[in-house]
Design a protein around this ligand. Structure first.
Ligand code: SAM
Length: 374
């Protein structure tokens, strides 16, 4: 036990040491890891948890990722794209609740009509959200998949708030073979890992705070893969991390491969969050909805293990059921009251403060750009 205590106090870790952390299973060791990751988060990031109102603006998707319930080949999903006015209302709701930032997520589309729709939307959100409480306007995290450098630049310019601009593009897995298995549909090789890396470089060039992440517990994934995932987060210079457990989806193409047993998957996910905090230190880490789906109050457990960002779902109720990336997705049935509950739990259970009316940018980004913390 003493040895683990010493290990967790280190500032640098070998691959074997990261693997040792990811393998933690006993309640005593798990408890120690949780406390160390939480305390380090307080020291590096302060006591705030930042809220990003999540708006799932469309489930139309041109990709066929094998794990995903809204993949193009799933014809049992009713497809939707929220009208501009509805998205603006959601953004207004975030602003009124003091969220400081929103996250805009959708399936993957690259057609000019979509690119322009997003550009104009970003302009409108900025114009609407520059207020006394938030003079720079709402911070915005985009999660709209792989696009060209020109598109990333166009959207960055349209957003009007260079200090509150982020993009989340998960690499899903840094293991090239596993990545290929996840993204190959019969006869067609869809996403390519190298393109994901190029997109991350382009996002940095276009001035975004760059976020990436992986799914945890994928069929065929090893502890060594997860260690390399963390190394990859370091290599690509990630400012923020969004990752969560892999959950099966009936509408996807991997049901027969199964899902890790609940307790193993939960512990591994929490270990991965804590290990990422210990290795990367001052990045923003978001507690994923998938963690909440796996376990009630999963996001609060994530915060206790090193997360400092939560993305309450503020998508209108009527379309939530159609954004089923995986089965029984948390928050599909419940509305605003679940967001109030999570805010209360952040304070009451995780003993954090809410970073209201703050952009809550990554301190890693502050360090690398010299921009003021916001
Ligand atoms: N299209 C964008 C992209 O590919 O980056 C963003 C939307 S995509 C639906 C958002 C994330 O959902 C993916 O990066 C993936 O990690 C996650 N996801 C999809 N299916 C999942 C599943 N079955 N279990 C857990 N996470 C899943």
């Amino acid at each position: 036990m003493k040895a683990l205590d010493d290990l967790l106090a280190q500032t640098e870790f070998t691959d074997e040491e990261v693997a040792r952390i990811l393998r933690i299973r006993t309640p005593e060791e798990a408890d120690l890891l949780q406390r160390r990751a939480y305390d380090l988060t307080t020291r590096e990031m302060g006591p705030n948890v930042y809220l990003r109102g999540l708006i799932e603006i469309s489930n139309v998707c041109t990709a066929n990722c094998r794990y995903c319930g809204i993949r193009k080949a799933n014809h049992n999903v009713e497809r939707y794209t929220l009208p501009r006015e509805t998205i603006l209302e959601c953004a207004r709701l975030a602003l009124e609740n003091g969220y400081g930032s929103i996250a805009i997520q959708a399936g993957e589309r690259r057609d000019p009509k979509w690119v322009t729709f997003i550009g104009e939307l970003l302009r409108d959100i900025h114009e609407m959200s520059c207020t006394e409480a938030l003079p720079q306007g709402l911070g915005i995290t985009l999660s709209l998949g792989e696009q060209s450098l020109e598109v990333y630049e166009y959207w960055a310019e349209a957003s009007g708030n260079p200090d509150g601009l982020r993009y989340l593009l998960r690499i899903e897995s840094s293991n090239p073979e596993l990545f290929h298995r996840l993204h190959c549909t019969p006869g067609k090789h869809e996403k390519v890992l190298e393109h994901r890396y190029e997109a991350l470089v382009n996002l940095r060039k276009a001035g975004y705070q760059v976020g990436t992440g992986v799914m945890i517990g994928l069929p065929g994934q090893t502890i060594e893969d997860l260690v390399q995932d963390i190394r990859t987060f370091e290599k690509v210079g990630a400012d923020m991390i969004g990752m969560g457990p892999y959950l099966t989806s009936l509408g996807a193409d991997m049901v027969s491969l199964g899902q890790m047993p609940h307790d193993d998957l939960l512990q591994l996910s929490l270990n991965m969050i804590a290990a990422t905090r210990l290795v990367l230190r001052n990045v923003n880490i978001a507690a994923a909805t998938a963690l909440e789906t796996l376990e009630p109050r999963g996001r609060i457990m994530g915060i206790l293990h090193g997360c400092n960002v939560v993305m309450p779902n503020i998508t209108p109720q009527m379309t939530r059921a159609s954004y089923q990336l995986y089965d029984n997705k948390a928050g599909t049935e419940v509305g605003a009251e679940s967001n109030i509950l999570v805010e209360n739990d952040i304070v009451r259970i995780a003993h954090r403060t809410l970073g209201l009316n703050r952009l809550g940018s990554s301190l890693r980004w502050v360090e690398r750009t010299g921009r003021p913390a916001n």
